[in-house]
Design a protein around this ligand. Structure first.
Ligand code: TTP
Ligand code: MG
Length: 400
């Protein structure tokens, strides 16, 4: 890390303000500044969310519609348009991703941004936070709030402190003081049942919770929640938003009927395997982070060769180019091969960390075209039409 980088851990938690309602206001200017309720359309439905103008009347998420109508008879009541919100969410996440190397989306309207390594040249955390707000407001017309802290957990609680359009920073060393000043219900991860258990022991505030030892808390609410609460009320990250680092591997292999030492045949097999593997990767919506090949020789000796940080593996073509290189790097070119396999290391399912960076940063139009071609072939395959992208075999340019 350069001397101008930040050594101490630094996280932003970004959360959109009244997300669905603000989006509705952004696309219908006449709703701006008004009480907008979004939710189930019948009188028996509930308010999913409402604009801050509606909150002034006492309307809240989860409130039955008829009650919201009583509190706010002149309010605007709108049905949920999930497709619109999801699309907006994707665009917002792409904007947020330009401010960090590691974006962890945790729901449709919130994400953690790791800022630990960012250069001080970019500015103080609050300045960066303001730029984020401005950028999103400019392009999407909606506001958001940001919590800044040394851990994801504290940042998450901080983002609620100044809503809407708020920025709240908990300085390093002040995490415990910050938590001690919060109502118990702000402890993220403590549900009504847990609160009930604590109440039976006359624990209704964070300072009271803080006065219990970890062992005592284990006895009251069990080991898991006990340790969680012991840490949370001290501002020590209890690990609620840890990303699973364990990666998975998606692979396919072919055993030849007769051992093979023809490079042409091996390439053809690598292409078929690359396509099979890439389709599984695309189908799973997984993010590639490394590629590898496995070879078993005629004498049953085997070896593997891998490459990590495969930042350009988003299509069959890219995978094929890399595994061809791996084969040429390690194989002596003569020893007959009995089995050959292709594998892709992927981020665990559902984890979006790095994904935007991998697919967008330096991906060219060519990469996108290649991936859409793969998707078309995959779609056909699902309909029973089998195609192999044989044209890739004859592409002579950029051969190592
Ligand atoms: P939240 O971030 O909890 O709420 P919000 O963005 O509407 O308001 P705030 O300013 O307090 O952050 O949730 C984000 C969106 O998720 C929200 O707009 C609607 C949806 N949502 C549900 O579908 N069900 C729920 O129970 C909640 C709380 C939200
Ligand atoms: Mg929100």
């Amino acid at each position: 890390m350069g001397e101008l980088g930040r050594a101490e851990p630094l996280f932003f938690h970004v959360d959109m303000d009244a997300f669905y309602a603000t989006l509705e206001q952004a696309r219908n200017p006449e709703y701006q500044g008004k009480a907008v309720m979004v939710g189930g359309s019948s009188d028996r439905g509930v308010v999913t969310t409402c604009s801050y103008e509606a909150r002034k009347f006492g309307v809240r998420s989860g409130m039955p519609y008829f009650k919201a109508k009583k509190l706010c008879p002149d309010g605007i009541f709108l049905p949920i348009d999930m497709e619109f919100y999801k699309e907006a969410s994707t665009t917002i996440m792409e904007i947020l991703a330009t401010f960090t190397t590691t974006l962890q989306q945790v729901s449709i309207d919130e994400a953690f941004l790791e800022m630990s390594g960012t250069s001080r040249y970019i500015g103080e955390p609050e300045d960066i936070a303001r730029s984020i707000q401005e950028r999103v407001e400019e392009s999407m017309g909606i506001t958001l709030s940001i919590g800044i802290a040394s851990s994801k957990y504290v940042a998450k609680i901080a983002s609620d402190m100044r809503k809407p359009r708020g920025i709240y920073r908990v300085l390093p060393g002040k995490e415990e003081t910050f938590m001690l000043g919060q109502p118990l219900k702000h402890i993220w991860g403590l549900g009504p049942k847990g609160r009930e258990l604590l109440a039976q022991h006359h624990i209704t505030t964070i300072p009271q919770l803080h006065s219990y030892s970890e062992d005592q808390l284990h006895e009251i609410v069990g080991e898991r929640l006990g340790t969680f609460l012991y840490r949370a009320c001290r501002g020590i990250d209890p690990g609620a938003f840890r990303t699973e680092r364990k990666s998975q591997s998606i692979s396919n292999e072919t055993t030849f009927q007769r051992d093979v030492s023809s490079l042409e045949t091996l390439d053809k097999t690598l292409l078929q395997l690359s396509q099979k593997v890439m389709f599984r990767v695309l189908d799973a919506g997984a993010t590639p982070k490394g590629v590898g090949i496995k070879v078993v020789l005629y004498n049953k000796k085997s070896w593997t060769s891998t490459r990590v940080g495969a930042y350009r593996t988003s299509s069959t073509k890219q995978l094929f180019i890399q595994v061809k290189e791996l084969l040429r790097e390690k194989w002596d070119g003569e020893s007959p091969i009995r089995l050959i396999g292709v594998s892709v290391e992927v981020e665990p399912r559902g984890q979006r960390t790095h994904q935007l960076e991998l697919f967008e940063d330096d991906s060219t139009g060519d990469d996108e075209r290649e991936q859409s071609l793969d998707r078309v072939v995959l779609q056909l395959k699902k309909q029973g039409v089998n195609l192999t992208r044989a044209k890739l075999l004859s592409s002579k340019k950029k051969e190592p």
